[in-house]
Design a binder for this molecule. Structure first.
Ligand code: 13P
Length: 250
């Protein structure tokens, strides 16, 4: 009942030409209808060009970050309304690279999530633990508090526009994928947290993506887990064949 959702996070990669070529190839492969929701999240500067390259395909456009304010003196930032203006339908918030490299805490991620929803964007909220936290048996506690902190003041109704992404930091860009069992265990815990916070109906409807070294070769087994509803793909989303290969397992 939860439609699989595969999103590509291109991070800070590609030239403009490469970005539009990639978008056009994905759009051609997906076409206008698919039983899997698909989105790509290019760097800000390519959003407009990628929007054009996606044409009338079913591939949705997303951004990797936003500022929580509507407009004003925030040098170097981009707002929700601007992302909408550029054709974005969704935005990633709370990625571990933003948390670790740019000092984003749950409180700021929460402001960004609320701003995304306020301005009509679907929000992909990322959570995940470090290797040290996993080895200390802290995974469930850490991801649970990230989810609750980042979703503070968000109503059950608004949750229809939220997707969670569990991305263990030790699996991002390392080639070290969580086993399907490891991922499923955390996803199941996240769904329990959603049940406690928002009730069973919301918890059953909310999609939880897995992210961290997802490739065509491991996607099938991950996506077969009952609580893994999609993937947030980094490196493998930069090549049309590998990204569509993952989508083929959805
Ligand atoms: P990789 O797929 O490159 O490990 O990246 C995962 C990720 O961070 C997606 O947001």
């Amino acid at each position: 009942m939860r439609k699989t959702f595969i999103a590509g996070n291109w991070k800070m990669n590609l030239s403009k030409q490469q970005a539009t070529d990639l978008a056009a190839a994905i759009a051609a492969s997906i076409g206008t209808g698919t039983n899997v929701d698909v989105a790509v999240c290019p760097p800000f500067g390519y959003l407009d060009a990628v929007r054009g390259a996606l044409g009338d395909s079913a591939v949705r456009l997303g951004a990797q970050n936003l500022n929580a304010n509507e407009s004003g003196a925030f040098t170097g930032e981009i707002s929700g309304p601007m992302l909408r203006d550029l054709g974005c339908e969704l935005v990633i918030v709370g990625h571990s690279e933003r948390r670790e490299l740019f000092g984003e805490c749950d409180q700021l991620v929460n402001l960004k999530a609320k701003a995304g929803l306020k301005y009509g964007l679907h929000v992909i909220l990322c959570v995940g633990e470090t290797l040290e936290q996993r080895e200390a048996g802290e995974t469930n506690r850490i991801v649970g508090s990230q989810v609750l902190g980042s979703l503070a003041d968000i109503s059950p109704e608004q949750m229809s526009n939220v997707t969670l992404a569990y991305e263990p930091i030790w699996a991002i860009g390392t080639g070290k994928v969580a086993t399907p069992q490891q991922a499923e265990e955390v996803h199941s815990h996240l769904r329990d947290i959603l049940t406690q916070q928002f009730g069973d109906e919301v918890a059953q409807q909310t999609r939880i993506q897995y992210g961290g070294s997802v490739k065509p070769g491991n996607a099938e087994e991950l996506l077969a887990q009952p609580n893994i509803d999609g993937a947030l793909v980094g490196g493998a989303s930069l090549e049309p064949e590998s990204f569509t290969g993952i989508i083929g397992h959805g």
